[in-house]
Design a protein. Sequence first.
Length: 253
Amino acid sequence: MIMHNFLLYFFSLLLGLVLGSFLNVLTYRYLNGGSVIAPRSSCPSCKTPLKALDLIPLFSFLILRGKCRYCRKKISIRYPLVELLTGIVFVTCFHYFGLGPYFWKYIIIFSILIVISAIDLENNLIPNRFVLVLLAWVFLWQLFYPDISHVSAALGFLAGGLSFFLIAILSRGGMGGGDVKLMAVLGLAAGWPHILMLFLLAFVMGAMVGIGFLISKKKSRKDSVPFGPFLALALYVITFWGQDIWMWYTSFL
């Protein structure tokens, strides 16, 4: 039994690493143009087509010590991080949901959010196309196989979208339209009242990172910090531990 469970966890990790490699391709092709299917993956610096040994998720980066085999230019740390994060997401989803329907629901949700976060960090932009894909995926699950009530999902959608819309107006551009749309979709996924926790967690994490940048002088007060990754991380936290956090919080009331 122990060996069987270990193999399932290991399989979910490998599956996540492989999908993470594909998410890297998806992110790179979106940022630089081109089809996801063709041409073959190549080094961003020297454009040499990569061989199978260069494309082993995470391990190729470690074996090559973070440098291209052909031109020796540094490989962006984004590639192993995306693969590792996707692997962690898969293991977490398997731990909580097994290989049931919600495993597949949430690995797709978090995979899309990983791509959105990577693009937001790179370009300070949340692409509408990925938000729309996420909306369609969450809406279909909520329609045919909900894990929260329709009222909770609707309230989460409205609360998330309207709260960020007001912040965008009051901040006069400090909050982008992509953040507003993404928050509305995450509200649909999280529901009420978990959207409140998502809101609070995202802002606390964003504030902590922002303060760290100011202290280290890597950014000034006028510089913006991409907020998509904090929204994605907050949804990850409340999906698996939100009920425990809510019970802990209400115990003080």
